[in-house]
Design a binder for this molecule. Structure first.
Ligand code: NAD
Length: 249
């Protein structure tokens, strides 16, 4: 899957799925913009990318802050002259409780990062994607369609909204030759669980998948690259599960 001469933005590229995706795109010849909040982590991913002969553009930005999010597409165009693929991957995941006083704080921050930021960045990217007949890959979750575990109302709602947003986007941009798709991972070994104080939860989920395993970031990155590639030229408005059969259970 060659991405030579393609320009790709990956948000949340400092860790986990985003880092694996950015490195894989670089390996396949793309010029990549890495977006994240933590400079030292971004520098490590940039160094990995550089091993494949390409220096990425590194943008330190919090996607939930409009002024910072607005720089992402502008700086990418300034540096590389165009945009072919937008991967909206940055996401947060926290336990919440509808009865707790801080519920709305968690709800707002989750919606701002997982949904509103995607809308803003996609809005700014769309004219450039129309020019290149590019595409968007949004990283959702099986939580968008499954409500098996309580206390993730904010997360699941944000991802359900993202799914609807992506399908609507696919329809709206199809006349311009631009595709938009979703990847919905099941449990994947990344720091997202540690950040939520749920380090053990992810391993426990192994027994709850049909294949009795938890995914790796690379496996999700492979699906993202497929969807972004010419091989998927007939695929738009789709939701690709990579969940080891979680939703079969
Ligand atoms: P992670 O915590 O390892 O990585 C998330 C990345 O997003 C990090 O680089 C983080 O800094 C970044 N990020 C978060 N908020 C940001 C903000 N406001 N501005 C800029 N960057 C921000 O987690 P991950 O598991 O790699 O998650 C990537 C995506 O995959 C998320 O959208 C998540 O919801 C989704 N997902 C993960 C799993 C899983 O089991 N790991 C399952 C389903 C869906």
């Amino acid at each position: 899957m060659s991405f030579a001469s393609k320009v790709v933005i990956v948000t949340g590229a400092s860790d986990g799925i985003g880092a694996a995706t950015a490195i894989k795109f670089t390996k396949e010849g793309a010029d990549v913009t890495l977006v994240g909040r933590t400079e030292d982590k971004l520098a490590k991913v940039a160094a990995e990318c550089a091993k494949h002969g390409k220096n990425p553009l590194v943008i330190k930005a919090d996607v939930s802050k409009d002024e910072e999010a607005k720089t992402i597409v502008a700086r990418t165009i300034q540096t590389f002259g165009k945009l072919d693929v937008l991967v909206n991957n940055a996401g947060i995941f926290f336990l919440d409780d509808i009865m707790k006083p801080n519920f709305m704080e968690t709800f707002d921050s989750t919606m701002n990062t997982n949904m509103r930021a995607v809308a803003l960045i996609t809005h700014l990217a769309a004219p450039h994607l129309v020019e290149t007949k590019g595409n968007v890959v949004n990283v959702s979750s099986i939580g968008a369609t499954m409500v098996k575990y309580p206390n993730f109302v904010s997360y699941k709602t944000s991802k359900a909204a993202l799914n609807h947003f992506t399908r609507s986007l696919a329809l709206e941009l199809a006349p311009h030759g631009v595709r938009a798709n979703l990847v919905s991972p099941g449990p994947v070994y990344t720091d997202i669980f540690n950040k939520a104080g749920l380090a053990d939860f992810v391993s426990d989920l192994k027994t709850e998948t049909a294949l009795k395993r938890v995914g790796e970031p690379d496996e999700i990155a492979d699906v993202i690259l497929f969807l972004a590639s010419e091989k998927a030229r007939s695929v738009t408005g789709s939701d690709y599960l990579s969940d080891n059969g979680s939703l079969l259970m």
